[in-house]
Design a protein around this ligand. Sequence first.
Ligand SMILES: N[C@@H](CCC(=O)N[C@@H](CS)C(=O)NCC(=O)O)C(=O)O
Length: 328
Amino acid sequence: MGLLIEGQWHDQWYDTDKTGGRFEREKARFRHWVTPGGSPGPSGQGGFPAESGRYHLYVSMACPWAHRTLIVRALKGLAPHISVSVVHPDMLENGWEFRPDDERYRDHLHNHRFLHQVYTRAVPDYSGRVTVPVLWDRRRDTIVSNESAEIIRMFNSAFDGLAGVRSDLDIYPEPLRAEIERINQRVYDTVNNGVYKAGFATVQDQYARAYHALFETLDWLEARLSDRRYLVGRQPTEADWRLFTTLIRFDAVYYSHFKCNRQRLADFPVLSAYLRDLYQTPGVRETVSIGQIKRHYYVSQRTINPTQIVPEGPQLDFEAAHGRETLV
Ligand SMILES: N[C@@H](CCC(=O)N[C@@H](CS)C(=O)NCC(=O)O)C(=O)O
């Protein structure tokens, strides 16, 4: 666990002293966009046209932010066009690592040992955290984006002209955007990032504040989803997929490791059925690795779990019937 300062790796844990025990997530630095013809997107520079085989995605199967990108890649049929490398779940002194001898955790582009080498390859004097996901451009030998919220928007539309891509599938439809944004904001603050605020707090009342905000939103979602199948509109949108990656980790990790333990997700009848419904969507279950998720959090976050023991449980069953087919 650490960060780059002027291109040099430094091993240090999140510093919450400056923020009164509160965890603050650093903003992503690479904010370019892939667009159909390479024109500039909403931020950064242009020059990243959608082309088959040009872009490569670095992810961790454990990371909820990276998980979003894997889901949208699968749903949109982008796998033949965008290749993937997966880092090893243990994130320790050197940050995210590859295992050159293990096909599952190799850097297929450069055979690097550490993800921070991917960052300094793009910007030799880079300063900042070294996070997944990373969208890499083979042609320009640089990072396009390390912001998952923006990578999923690119995946949703930029590659639609390529063979076999599901251009009929739109998870961010124009008429629903305002409502999607409204839900994303609350879910990001109190759920996606909320579990981290609870887990990484180093002061009691910061933890308690995050805990209460989290369960207030989960109660609100439980009510909202009791008579509608998805959060916004009649098809899954990015609002659902962004929520999904936190819910799927909840009982295995956040409930115990991050002390989000008012109740398990399994104890919310509506939310747990909704979670199974999304999980059973074709292409999605293959993006879920509960083994790597548990391994990452319990082994890597030694300030929270110094013994690094990975719990055996809980028993999880995302394949059970969800019964939500009749909801609209
Ligand atoms: N804003 C980023 C956040 C990504 C992020 O924080 N990823 C975590 C893994 S779950 C990470 O790589 N952390 C390493 C670190 O903070 O040093 C995104 O959504 O893409």
